[in-house]
Design a protein around this ligand. Structure first.
Ligand SMILES: [Zn+2]
Length: 473
């Protein structure tokens, strides 16, 4: 398809949670609670006229649903600020510094004063009815295979509350997620094709990860894609689960708009959500434009030249990729640079680059496919596994199994009973002695079966095979 001809216009917004110590406007830890909620509070939100005297159309749309919102409160990760019972504290400096690193990587202009703003939120996902956001960079550039894509805005924002349950007239949220710092990067509509959109999303993800301070796991990265064609309307698609599906989802949206136009109907501006099968579903009208107003509880932050000069530019992903290509075979370097485990790979690559990269790409992917909760795996787990592997206490072949156990129970002990070479040789000798028929007929598979049964999987299969073949010679 000639995308220029159909007037394809596309821009993207990428959000990523930052791995800071504290939340954006309070001192609660920037992570999910490990406890059960100790209280649930109830709230209702109603629309009021904004600065321009008008009520937001999307806010009215939500209000008419007459919803009640419940918020779960946690002892270890929420305070009065998440409940909107206390004014916010100053903007988290660590988050600001990470954001400014991203600005520098994207060659963006950084304002001399940063203002925290309030952005109307209408779905109950914030107890205040708005989301705090601060623009920290404009006019950046992202280099891509199809030329530069202009970056219009880079912002630091607070994460919304997480949905626990959604019913017809009520939604239950958890407040531990509210206030975790997010970085948001928005592009101009310079994206040239659905495949290009995927590339841009991937590259922006890599830039955020090169700060070494992005969170990982399901849901920490979110992309919103804005698409329109000639004669169509701007549609915002949210909720991409898998970047590989992005081109197809965009193509389907083009098709949907084209079909409407061919029937003589005019597509409407709206927000849609991506479905796993590549289609999208209507969610609500696009929110109106005038949704931002100043956060008067937080004074502007002055960005001095001296402060800016102290913000280090992290190593670019291109430079990292070249380094990784020297220590990793095939396309592993590319896989790991796109991986959310990039920072952990860098920490542990010294131990055995291929083994560590393989763990963070193939093994993790495999566990995810099998339905294991890989979010339970922490840096501490990997550290211990790789260190024990280095000391020869864990055979390579056992790593997937250990990770499976830890996914099920993050507190499980990382321990593998390994049979020493000597013990293994003795077991193999015994098996050979007891099975002269199998030995004579060279039934290696059957002999190996016996050996593995006796060792109960505590021996390295490859090593056992090597010894067995030695003995049979
Ligand atoms: Zn708090």
């Amino acid at each position: 398809m000639n995308y220029k001809q159909i007037g394809f216009k596309c821009g993207i917004e990428v959000h990523n949670r930052l791995a800071t110590k504290h939340k954006l406007f309070c001192k609660c830890p920037a992570r999910f609670s490990t406890q059960k909620p100790y209280k649930t509070i109830m709230r209702k939100l109603r629309p009021v006229a904004g600065e321009l005297g008008e009520k937001d159309i999307a806010a009215i749309h939500e209000f008419l649903k007459n919803k009640t919102y419940y918020y779960q409160v946690f002892k270890d990760t929420t305070c009065l600020i998440e409940l909107d019972e206390e004014p916010p504290q100053p903007l988290n400096k660590e988050a600001l510094e990470i954001g400014l690193q991203v600005c520098k990587l994207l060659k963006a202009e950084i304002p001399e004063e940063i203002h925290v703003m309030r952005k109307t939120v209408i779905d109950g996902s914030n107890t205040t009815g708005f989301q705090r956001t601060a623009l920290i960079g404009t006019n950046g550039i992202l280099e891509t295979s199809l030329g530069p894509v202009r970056i219009s805005n880079i912002s630091i924002e607070e994460e919304s509350a997480g949905i626990v349950e959604k019913k017809e007239n009520q939604t239950i949220f958890r407040l531990d997620r509210l206030g975790i710092p997010l970085i948001e990067i928005g592009t101009e509509p310079d994206i040239q094709s659905p495949e290009h959109a995927k590339e841009v999303a991937e590259k922006l993800g890599m830039i955020i990860r090169s700060t070494g301070k992005s969170q990982r796991g399901i849901g920490v990265t979110r992309q919103d894609v804005n698409v329109s064609i000639k004669g169509g309307a701007r549609v915002e698609i949210k909720g991409f689960q898998d970047l590989d599906m992005m081109p197809e989802i965009i193509k389907n949206e083009i098709k949907r708009q084209q079909e409407l136009i061919s029937r003589g109907e005019k597509p409407e501006e709206q927000t849609r959500v991506a479905k796993p099968d590549g289609t999208t579903e209507y969610t609500r009208p696009l929110p109106g434009g005038a949704r931002m107003y100043p956060e008067t509880d937080i004074p502007p932050i002055i960005i001095t030249k001296q402060f800016l000069s102290k913000i280090k530019i992290p190593e670019t992903w291109e430079s990292k990729l070249n380094k990784f290509k020297k220590i990793l075979p095939g396309d592993m370097a590319e896989q790991i640079i796109k991986s959310e485990y990039l920072d952990l790979f860098e920490k542990f690559k010294k131990i055995d680059p291929v083994l560590v990269a393989n763990t963070f790409t193939s093994i993790i992917k495999d566990l995810r496919r099998k339905g294991f909760n890989v979010n339970n795996l922490t840096e501490k787990h990997f550290k211990e596994i790789f260190e024990q592997y280095k000391k020869g206490k864990i055979p390579k072949s056992k790593i997937p199994e250990i990770l499976e156990t830890l996914c099920r129970n993050p507190n499980a002990e990382i321990k593998v009973e390994v049979i020493s070479d000597e013990q293994l040789r003795k077991i193999i000798k015994d098996v050979i002695k007891k099975n002269p028929d199998l030995v004579e007929n060279k039934k290696i598979g059957a002999l190996m079966g016996d050996i593995m049964k006796i060792t109960k999987g505590k021996a390295d299969g490859k090593l056992a095979m090597k010894i067995l073949k030695e003995f049979l010679k």
